[in-house]
Design a protein around this ligand. Structure first.
Ligand SMILES: Nc1ncnc2c1ncn2[C@@H]1O[C@H](COP(=O)(O)OP(=O)(O)OP(=O)(O)O)[C@@H](O)[C@H]1O
Length: 323
């Protein structure tokens, strides 16, 4: 399923990655490659394993089997200098203590060998006018922008963004997209998870759909699901008041036929929809869930049954080397 990249600019290389929590297989045989300057969006429903994947790549979690290389190193045994080449924005906002965004950024900038200018970063994330305010008192969206600022101040070669724009207002999201395009143009590789499919469509060179621990589809956003998935859908209400829909590659012809059949009158409820990434993603997930339900019915087992059978279950926490 994975479209392997080749070349010396590979930043992330993952082969056959598996991860189990207790008796639960969270990642099963995941392959992933991301190149310099590439933005890869990892999509998937809640609990699919996206954050687990990112945490393994960051060296915060151990994996069970498979090969993982980020900037040529195994994250678990990588030297300290390796971390300074990465940028992280995790899913939850941190506690900023009594400090202001400018103070925090100045402090973090000292950790990196070639940091960005603090004022430039404040400007990039739209926090210039909040730079001197106490960060803990800023709004949720502003704190999230600060998370992003802290993630990029070290001029990372590889940037991990776990649902970075949660809480952003629309203007901030657009500003963020522009900023990411700039980082990408400078050669930064970006791994992004998001539940905003428009964000993935806007930013990603490739998207991967992770569900049930596997990447079930991977392609540039405009190609996911293949050409079939993009066939326009025409919907209208017929004489009996019943909503009809038909997929056709010639929607204009179908509309002309409908108009002719109604003697030139308006066709009630007429709508032509061209499936977007979100429609295609939802269809992929629904297909997958239907296939899993069929398999479960056939074997008479389910994840829930396996988990109950394996109880007591003790969740693990941070397993990797300290940051
Ligand atoms: N430390 C842990 N111990 C046990 N199970 C865990 C642990 N961390 C995550 N899980 C489980 O692993 C699965 C994958 O979680 P993960 O956070 O990677 O999903 P996700 O795709 O990032 O979800 P979301 O979109 O909700 O952020 C979930 O079922 C979750 O409950």
């Amino acid at each position: 399923m994975t479209t392997h990249r080749t070349g010396s600019d590979t930043v992330v290389q993952v082969r056959g990655l598996t991860k189990t929590y207790g008796s639960r297989d969270v990642l099963r045989d995941v392959d992933l490659e991301i190149g310099a300057g590439e933005t890869y969006a990892l999509l998937g429903p809640n609990g699919a394993g996206k954050s687990t994947t990112i945490e393994i790549l960051e060296g915060l979690r151990r994996h069970d089997s498979g090969e993982v290389r980020v900037l040529g190193e195994d994250p678990i045994s990588a030297p300290r200098s390796w971390k300074s080449r990465l940028g992280f924005v995790s899913q939850s906002t941190g506690d900023f203590g009594p400090y202001t965004p400018r103070e925090l950024l100045r402090h973090f900038a000292t950790i990196y060998p070639n940091p960005r200018d603090v004022d430039e970063v404040l400007d990039l994330v739209g926090l210039t006018s909040q730079a001197g305010l106490r960060a803990n008192k800023m709004s949720g969206g502003q704190q999230r922008r600060l998370d992003v600022a802290l993630g990029i101040v070290g001029r990372p070669e590889m940037l991990f963004l776990d649902e970075p724009t949660t809480g952003f207002d629309p203007e901030a999201r657009h500003q963020f997209w522009t900023m990411l395009r700039g980082l990408s143009a400078e050669g930064t590789a970006i791994l992004l998870t998001t539940h905003y499919l428009d964000e993935a469509a806007q930013l990603a060179d490739r998207v991967g759909v992770l569900t049930d621990g596997r990447i079930v589809a991977e392609a540039p956003p405009a190609e996911l699901g293949g050409p079939e998935a993009r066939t326009p859908l025409v919907r209208w209400v017929d004489d009996a008041g019943i909503t009809q829909e038909r997929r056709t590659t010639e929607p204009a012809r179908l509309v002309a036929e409908l108009v002719a059949a109604s003697n030139g009158a308006e066709v009630p409820g007429l709508e032509i929809r061209r499936p977007e990434l979100e429609d295609i993603y939802l269809e992929l997930i629904a297909e997958r869930e239907a296939a899993d339900a069929t398999a479960t019915a056939a074997t008479g087992s389910s994840d829930a049954a396996r988990i109950i059978a394996a109880a007591p279950h003790h969740p693990q926490h941070s397993e990797g080397a300290p940051a």
